[in-house]
Ligand binder design. Sequence first.
Ligand code: KIV
Ligand code: ZN
Length: 523
Amino acid sequence: MTNNPDRVLIFDTTLRDGEQSPGCSMTQPEKLRVARALAELGVDVIEAGFPAASRGDFESVQAVAREVQEPIICGLARCNPEDIDLAARALKDAPRRRIHVFLATSAIHRQYKLNMAQEEILRAAAAGVARARELAEDVEFSPEDASRTELEFLAQVVEVAIASGASTVNIPDTVGYTVPDEFAELFRYLRKNARGIDGIRLSVHCHDDLGMAVANSLTAVVAGARQVECTINGIGERAGNCSLEEVVMALKTRAAFFNVTTGIHTQRLYPTSRLVSSITGMPVPRNKAVVGENAFAHEAGIHQHGMLKHYSTYEILRPEDVGLSRSHLVLGKHSGRHALRERVQALGFELDEAEFNRLFEEFKALADRKKELYDGDIEALVLRAEGSAPGPWTLTELTTEARSSGPARALVVLTHADGRCVEHAASGDGPVDAAFKAIEAATGVRVVLRKFEVKAVSEGEDAQGEARVYVEYNHRTYRGASVSTNIVESGTRAFLEVINRIELAQAGSRARAAAAPPVPAAV
Ligand code: KIV
Ligand code: ZN
């Protein structure tokens, strides 16, 4: 006999643990777009950032708290009054808010990082939770590196956090060290030994250093966790965090085993994954479970034969359940608005009338250059319309000239939002290099190119190439992406997006420096 399934809360930390991993940083408008997509996906809690980390983080959490209504908006804080007060200030306007305080508890962290004795940790945890509780009804506590903490001491810390007012206690496997059986044992131990634990929500937070973040999170659910902390595409520190789409689809596909439900609209998984990948520039591996390009591809003849008889022979998930349509309809220049709208909806995107009109214009322009438009092309158009960093520079003209011997030449004409029109020519090692140099000369921004890659987004000889550019400027990494049937053009536009991001970041820090008092930086 099965009981009524319990609800497991999905706590998304893409904007905090995900964003803090190298190469995944996002601008404030990008964070807002991701937060809105997470709300549409149906996550219960959005951890929007770590307000004490920087003024930018503070403002992003504040913006999400002001604009995203449905989910609980959460801000991270160390167990000190400054962090906690900043988190409360950043979250002030959220209809539903949570302060998440954390403190490391393992012997390794106590000795090498904090230089604190067990007694001091207990006092700091109690004080931190109590202060947060004065400022918010909903407080979560995390004993960082819990999976490497002595069990008895961990139970004491958890007890103190509960007694001080935490309504959620999260157990992190901070360094991805635990294994499923051991982790389940840890949860059972806490449920048996930490007083008050039955009155709070137990949560799990796993990293993927040994590739077990999803398995460890699922085992924690079996052992009583009723909140899973995870990120879209599993992005996060080092090898990443527990992947939201994998853990959610495991709970759904094996519902009879887990006997729990989530509030996730699973058809939004694929579009949300694509959005986060396009914004962060972090590609999704082809063979990634649930949202990878090959997740529903059947190559072996014997598998294809089985699939033709019945999908259940080789598929345990239906592509449409995660927002991927099975039919890959091809559109062309004679396709009308209706066909495009249907395709866009089938791919899981929801555009308002103005966005759709803009997309239709771009679709027609592309259809003039490319005979057949596949799902990858449509997706690239939508994501480009949603995703590129706006101005201040626009590419008005690009001319390149390349021979097999000798340097290539490029001429760019750029227009700036302030009205300037600048023209520059440069030579380089190939047309792309020449165009990058011409842009640097025209804008006066010199960067160190770290990576340039191009990949086809769809099929056919006239497939569009998606170019990604990663540069370093003033000790920070910036990236840009663009799609075109002409890869020199997509490379050039991607490079110009990088320059735009740099200018926007500089304008942002100038404006912030001139405004309010500084937010203390995290140590
Ligand atoms: O991995 C970790 O321990 C964390 C905590 C702050 C929850 O991210
Ligand atoms: Zn973490």
